[in-house]
Design a protein around this ligand. Sequence first.
Ligand code: 5AD
Ligand code: SF4
Length: 440
Amino acid sequence: MSAPKKLYIKTYGCQMNVYDSERMAETLGGQGYVETKTPDDADMILLNTCHIREKAAEKVYSELGRFKGLKAEKPDLKIGVAGCVAQAEGEEIMRRQPLVDLVVGPQSYHRLPEMEAKAGAGEKVLDTDFPEEDKFEKLKRRPKAKRGPTAFLTVQEGCDKFCAFCVVPYTRGAEVSRPADRILREAEDLVERGVREITLLGQNVNAYHGAGPNGDMTLAQLIWELDKVDGLERIRFTTSHPNDMMDDLIEAHGTCGKLMPYLHLPVQAGSDKILKRMNRSHTAESYIRLIERIRAARPDILISGDFIVGFPEETEEDFQATLDLVEEVKYGTAYSFKYSTRPGTPAAERAQVDPKEADDRLQRLQALLTRQQREVQDSMVGRELGVLFEKKGRFPGQMVGKSDYLHAVHVADCDAEIGDLRRVRIVSSGANSLAGELIT
Ligand code: 5AD
Ligand code: SF4
């Protein structure tokens, strides 16, 4: 038997890309590939790219350029570009970088085996269609391979919101939800393979409306179905849009035991003028009222957010409104970015804020968010929390896991195994993690 072919996948960007890379690796596993951690001994290199940050495409071109030597040594090496840059750039990638054999958009991953075969025969292959068939059904899973205790599971893809700064509606396409029974089967399979916590993924996950036995289901209904899966201990979901935070989902946060008290709910900005120009279709006030309702259902919920500073026409006064909103909401964690233009999006045409001013605002916002994050983390000291252990720590006998609120927790002299969910008393709060001791 010939030695297995080796696949090197490099993943950029969001959790959905992490999930997609796993699925691509499993599918290509069916073609005799095993994964390798370095490009040096690979027979196929796949870059699973992200288009959300500035100069994303340029970075991919420079990364590809680095494989020139490898390809010269090994002419059979296949190089592929997947993900959102592949979708956005399409054929341009092959034109600019002749090293590339294969370009595959996020909606076509199930076609990888055929594409690999064609590339193997010396063809250049490109697929950036938005096909009708269900790619998730067609993507193969490696049978019963053991998994770590946490996993991502894509339930919804694409977005119809068209925020003025965002490429997602163009690269991932229109909003599509997977049918509930397939998600449940996949969840059961993950649990059989050792998974205890599932994070449901979607660009706009709370807009989920997949087919169920009695018509379309909401995300909350799907969560309640997952709640019944024996052996599954924790459910999370990300990322949500404020306008799709339905009553039943808010209620589930108060009543569903497996749904963790953590919610990533980006607001992006605190000024109504800017929110309007961002095409966010909510106001600062409606967002704050929403947070209040969520906290009424689950008082201890940790709120996480995304922010953009320096959006076109943002004045100092507008920026102050963002700071005021942050003060009011009190975030447990947050991601903040300086606005940068994405060609093809509506905001790209507008007058830009002075970059120095935007830098300064970003620093001020991050100082406030870091302070809040630290306060929320410190407030865990003395509490007894559930911790799902994920790996061994750096020191002998030490284990590391995640609390219900997604903080990393270190426990010394710990007899828990990887995959155990145990009660832990938090004793101290460090720079980026908590320390605790097992209660029993
Ligand atoms: N500039 C800066 N930040 C952006 N994001 C999306 N597009 C842009 C852009 N053009 C941020 C938003 C989004 C997060 C994933 O990335 O805050 O919620
Ligand atoms: Fe992009 Fe999210 Fe807005 Fe959709 S809701 S356009 S994914 S920022």
